[in-house]
Design a protein around this ligand. Structure first.
Ligand code: BGC
Length: 420
């Protein structure tokens, strides 16, 4: 387990320097996370405030890098050196892997006292548990299959409505190009390429195909005509991005939409957190819609905090308090109002949330009933980290190499999916 992908190995070399051991003090809670953009930092600051109000010392361990690849690498080096942080932003199948290593703390005492089982949808609770015990606490539910747009750009280009199909998207993108602007804001990291890829697979193939190909990793689905069409669509999308995308962070791509330099961005609703942090109003300054072809589906991405086994009673108390704070109604509301996501906790009032969040909340419930609620591949929810890393590399190589044929990409993706 915990195999490093090529990109992660490279990142480790540069990041190990910042991962020098430091002692965790009693009552102090050191939290490793990757929430460093404008909207993300505002969100995590709310958790810090709540913990400080409970008398604990918050030791911030932020590792920049969208999608968390850098943070995962740093976390490994801290745990391997026998000095884990009290808590870390870990999610999806990675929680299972860490728990299987025997390094995660059991949170059942606080979970029972605070009745987490009745406060969480099963799909969320399942991800937080290892062998029936809670080892992580969820902070939110992000939806990944969104497209964001600047309404002023759409107006300038003569686009009347958000595109609902890929054909409509390409027609709109042509109009934006003709108006002299960048149709699609995109960044330059492999997780961003994989994010767009999963949107395309969902939109082209539908949720059932998405499950087969990207969750079950079925070889037939991965080499099917639908996958071919998805890759052709992905290749076409690339032609609407600007040459400056290489190395660009996701939030800088979001800023291009905000500033009216670009029309659209495919990104989870943490992008909305950037607009909110800049004082923009969803529905007025930024439009949200399900990515083309995926209005009836929902790719979920649940952020969660897992706790590592620590010896001191004070540290354990701080961890239990952190778990209780995360699941508290106060935190679930204020964090998600800033983060762009919706609360993971059931029964929360949505009246303070914007229309995009209200849509997300309704769709989360509705899609669960029709098997159209699917885990995000690009955001650590669908497959083991090693497989996700291999797929990320394969898709990104295709995205970045205009000469690679769709057939070769399909072969590479199928091989990556078979990673053990
Ligand atoms: C996380 C979000 C985060 C985004 C960009 C996603 O994988 O779930 O919380 O804002 O990456 O870093």
């Amino acid at each position: 387990m915990l195999k490093l992908t090529r990109s992660a190995a490279a990142a480790l070399l540069t990041l190990v320097a910042v991962a020098a051991p430091s002692l965790t003090l009693a009552g102090e809670v050191e939290v490793l996370h990757y929430w460093t953009s404008g909207g993300e930092a505002k969100s995590v600051a709310e958790l810090k405030k709540i913990m400080q109000a409970k008398g604990h010392t918050w030791k911030d361990f932020a590792v920049a890098g969208g999608g968390g690849d850098n943070a995962a690498t740093v976390l490994k080096s801290r745990v391997v050196s026998g000095n884990p942080p009290a808590a870390a932003q870990i999610k999806g199948p990675a929680i299972q892997e860490w728990a299987a290593e025997g390094v995660l703390a059991n949170l059942d005492t606080v979970a029972k006292a605070e009745q987490w089982d009745s406060l969480l949808p099963k799909v969320v609770a399942d991800v937080m548990k290892y062998q029936g015990s809670y080892v992580a606490a969820p902070v939110n539910v992000h939806r990944v299959n969104w497209v964001w747009a600047n309404p002023a750009v759409l107006k300038k280009a003569g686009i009347a409505a958000m595109p609902k199909t890929w054909d409509e998207f390409f027609a709109a993108a042509d109009k934006i190009k003709a108006a002299g602007l960048i149709p699609l804001a995109h960044g330059g990291q492999s997780w961003q390429d994989l994010t767009v890829f999963e949107d395309v697979v969902l939109g082209v193939g539908g949720p059932k195909f998405y499950q087969e190909a990207l969750v079950k990793l079925d070889a037939k689905a991965l080499t099917s005509d639908t996958m071919k069409k998805s890759l052709e669509t992905l290749r076409k999308l690339k032609t609407y991005t600007d040459p400056g995308a290489a190395g660009r962070d996701w939030n800088l791509a979001t800023a291009m939409v905000m500033q009216g330099k670009a029309g659209f961005q495919f990104m989870g609703d943490w992008a909305k957190g950037e607009f909110l942090a800049a004082g923009k109003v969803p529905g007025k300054d930024v439009l949200c819609a399900a990515a083309p072809g995926s209005a009836n589906a929902f790719t979920f991405n649940i952020d969660s905090i897992a706790m590592f086994k620590l010896k001191s009673a004070d540290a354990q108390k701080a961890q239990a308090d952190l778990g209780a704070a995360i699941m508290g109604a106060e935190f679930q509301e204020v964090f998600n109002l800033n983060k762009g996501s919706i609360p993971a906790r059931l029964g929360m009032k949505m009246d303070k949330f914007d229309d995009c969040a209200k849509t997300s909340s309704k769709d989360f419930v509705d899609t669960a009933k029709t098997a159209s609620l699917v885990p995000s591949l690009a955001h650590g929810m669908a497959v083991k980290p090693a497989v996700e890393g291999a797929l990320k590399d394969a898709v990104s190589q295709f995205w970045n190499d205009d000469k690679m044929t769709v057939a070769t990409a399909m072969k590479n993706i199928a091989a990556a999916a078979a990673t053990k």
